[in-house]
Write a new protein. Structure first.
Length: 284
């Protein structure tokens, strides 16, 4: 029986308690607030935003270092010397984490790292489903688990509505920021993960409630989706009314499992307060 351990960066927004329950090992990304740098998850997202408000700064993020990965890989290897580690990385286009994981894997032949080309719940969906697949296929090799994760990554669709465009622009991860134009307060851009890049693809107007419903329809209805599961993520400040409307709409569209998660410190630093994200898989 193969022993495969799934690892991922905290930017996948899998909560620590759920990760522990599923046997997923998280590697911390980092957030800087002025002169202070914390590990992702050290503060709640709301606490992080409040500290930034008090300091008058916007948070800045950084990926996992090779040292972060070395600590995690060595700990797993010490506890489970026969295990193979499959690292399902945060989009390599947006951060150095995959590069760091590959650097840390040198001399550690029990580590395999791949680029999911996703962030937050898009990456999280790949991470959770791969872990479940491994549990259901105890005889699978790490190469087979890798193939499953790569196929699923190619079929995951993910987009979000940022809550505050100032955070999005300050983060510098949007590949076509000029698309937003000068009307920052009047539009709600749909930001998609396309080939690992954050790309603004559509401008929505109106209330957050109407924009949230339009986001779901825009992403879901253009391809044949897998109705098994849809995953949402919200940052502090998203109204409960929006959550309720979107949940009901996803149910009406035919999704059987509807899951909600909260953004961690890293993702909140990019999307700002009051953001909404959605991820699901299309049929292969």
């Amino acid at each position: 029986m193969a022993d495969i351990v799934i690892t991922a960066e905290t930017g996948c927004d899998v909560p620590a308690a759920e990760a522990a329950e599923l046997g997923i090992v998280l590697v911390p990304m980092h957030v800087s607030m002025g002169s202070r740098t914390i590990d992702d998850g050290e503060l709640s997202a709301a606490e992080m935003l409040e500290q930034c408000r008090q300091l008058g700064v916007l948070p800045k993020t950084s990926g996992c270092t090779p040292g972060d990965f070395q600590v995690v890989f060595d700990r797993i290897h010490e506890e489970r010397p026969d295990a193979q580690i499959l690292h399902l990385a945060y989009s390599a286009v947006t951060t150095c984490s995959l590069e760091s994981a590959i650097a840390a894997s040198q001399g550690r032949d029990y580590v395999t790292a791949i680029d999911t080309a996703h962030v937050t719940i898009g990456q999280g969906l790949v991470v959770r489903e791969t872990r479940r697949w491994v549990a259901e296929h105890p005889e699978a090799t790490v190469d087979e688990a890798r193939a499953f994760a790569e196929d699923l990554s190619s079929r995951v669709r993910m987009a979000f509505l940022p809550g505050d465009l100032g955070y999005l622009r300050a983060g510098g991860r949007l590949s076509n920021a000029a698309f937003l134009g000068a009307t920052l307060l009047k539009i709600k851009p749909v930001v998609e993960l396309l080939e690992g890049k954050l790309v603004a693809t559509k401008k929505l107007r109106g209330s957050m409630s109407s924009a949230a419903l339009a986001l779901v329809d825009y992403l879901v209805l253009r391809e044949e989706f897998d109705p098994a599961r849809i995953v949402f993520v919200k940052s502090p400040g998203l109204p409960d009314q929006v959550r309720d409307l979107v949940t009901d709409h996803a149910s009406d569209l035919g999704f059987r499992e509807i899951e909600w998660y909260d953004t961690g410190d890293v993702i909140t630093s990019h999307c700002g307060p009051g953001a909404l994200g959605v991820a699901f898989a299309v049929r292969g």
